[in-house]
Ligand binder design. Structure first.
Ligand code: BES
Ligand code: MN
Ligand code: ZN
Length: 449
């Protein structure tokens, strides 16, 4: 979808406030005027926010498809931030993942949003468009299935998508990962036929300034390993690389918008599978940092790959801050549902910056407590740590486990297991399947830090 200025549209969207019969996000067609008009319910006018506008406009593309319009104009919105939110809602309501459909035309039936020039509007919309294209890239990666999307193809797609924007992408295979001592990561990968890959994207937008680092969980499939998942639990586990997709999408957006910051995107990509050499429940393994880990469950694999990603990034890239993004625990779904990501960290200022980036982008992130007492739960009798902390406070103990592999760099962890994938149906402003959650918040974090 594109936006144009001062061009004729073939339909109008008109906002309707405070109308009991037109609930927020519902649409009614009115053909009385000279142009077909879609009346869009938006709730109370004095409570109008970017988030409610984005959600409401999500409903419009479905209607345009029904009535055969392909361009729209908006009557009654002038503020650039609200118009950008409307554009984003339209974009996401228009999104269809067609990789596995014969009919590729199902995608993007709404073609053009026609607007009137206003101060700052074009700039704001251009930024939104880049964010939406970058979230589409993330959605494409997450929605693709592990038969197509595995560590090597993830690395290829990353190069293909990011290099044109001036991002340097380095990729290492298994041998180099061994040399680097990424033993916990390699242990998780052991049961898979697919070669693990280390993907490092580097964007330089600020000369000699220090780099930030975004680190994504990159399990291109999580069967659970010998701690095997149920059929039901396994069926969406192609989405277990959603953290890495958010990171790579954010790096794309940062580079495409030429943000004046330096940042790395780091992904240790592998599959968690089963064969004769796969790691086992009860194993004790080592890690890049040297700490030993008792494997309580091979299904708590993400924290093993991320432990190595964090300690390697800190040692080799020496970033000024690190943020990891991971579909780490089912427990975060119990705690926060599909509404917000959970966060823990070791630095108040970084956490504040993360939470304001979340606010700015309407991607809810909620801080969880990080009391030392929780750390008792992952003590091991025979090793330095064990990789689960029991059912209680499962997202916090998983996050704090990661913190054991960070030495003295400001760090925050985002558990996005509840918000990155909608198995059954769309939930405005997110389409069914991958949501693309995190691309905007990470972009804002890097841009404003
Ligand atoms: N990838 C899963 C977490 C997950 C669950 C993501 C549901 C998205 C939806 C993760 O690797 C996992 O299996 N975690 C276990 C940890 C447990 C064994 C301590 C979990 O949450 O059950
Ligand atoms: Mn798992
Ligand atoms: Zn996982």
């Amino acid at each position: 979808m594109k936006f144009e200025f001062n061009q004729e549209a073939n339909a109008i969207v008109k906002l309707v406030f405070d109308d009991e019969n037109l609930k927020p996000g519902t649409v009614r067609l009115d053909t009385a005027g000279d142009k077909p008009t879609l009346l869009l319910g938006l709730g109370k006018q004095d409570e109008l926010k970017t988030a409610s506008v984005r959600k409401a406009f999500f409903a419009i593309p479905g209607e345009t498809i029904k009535y055969g319009f392909d361009s729209l104009t908006i009557d009654g919105l002038n503020d650039p931030a609200l118009l950008a939110a409307a554009f984003e809602g339209l974009w996401m309501g228009n999104y269809v993942f067609t990789r596995y459909k014969q009919d590729k035309q199902a995608d993007r039936r709404l073609k053009t949003l026609c607007l009137v020039q206003a101060e700052g509007l074009e700039e704001k919309l251009t930024e939104s468009r880049v964010l939406m294209e970058s979230a589409d890239f993330a959605r494409y990666l997450v929605n693709s299935r592990p038969i197509d999307l595995y560590p090597e193809t993830l690395a290829q797609l990353t190069k293909q998508e990011l290099e044109p924007f001036g991002v340097e992408v380095e990729v290492y295979g298994k041998n180099k990962a061994q040399e680097l001592g990424l033993t916990a990561f390699l242990t998780v990968s052991e049961g898979s036929d697919k070669e693990p890959q280390v993907i490092i994207a580097k964007y330089n937008g600020a000369g000699d300034e220090p780099y930030g680092a975004l680190i994504g969980k990159g399990l291109t499939y999580d069967s659970g390993g010998y701690g095997i998942k149920s059929t039901e639990g396994m069926v969406t586990m192609h989405s277990d690389m959603a953290g890495s997709a958010s990171v790579l999408g954010a790096i794309r957006a940062i580079a495409a918008n030429k943000v004046n910051k330096n940042v790395y995107g780091v992904v240790l990509a592998c599959e968690n599978m089963i064969d004769g050499s796969a790691y086992k429940n009860g194993d004790i393994i080592s890690s890049h940092l040297g700490k030993t880990i008792e494997i309580d469950s091979t299904d708590a694999e993400g924290r093993l790959t991320l432990a190595d990603a964090l300690s390697y990034t800190e040692e080799a890239l020496k970033p000024s801050y690190m943020v990891d993004v991971a579909t780490l625990t089912g427990a975060v779904v119990i705690a926060l549902g599909d509404v917000a990501a959970g966060a823990v960290g070791n630095n108040d200022q970084l956490m504040k910056d993360v939470l304001s980036a979340a606010d700015l982008s309407d991607e809810p992130i909620w801080e969880l407590p990080n009391y030392d007492e929780y750390k008792e739960q992952y003590k091991s009798t025979f090793a330095d740590l064990k990789n689960t902390g029991g059912r209680a406070a499962g997202s916090i103990t998983a996050g704090l486990f990661l913190g054991e592999f960070v030495q003295d760099t400001p760090w925050a962890h985002l558990d996005v297991a509840g918000v990155t994938y909608r198995a059954d149906k769309a939930k405005p402003p997110h389409p069914v399947g991958a949501s693309g959650f995190g691309v905007k918040a990470l972009y804002q974090l890097v841009k404003n830090r």
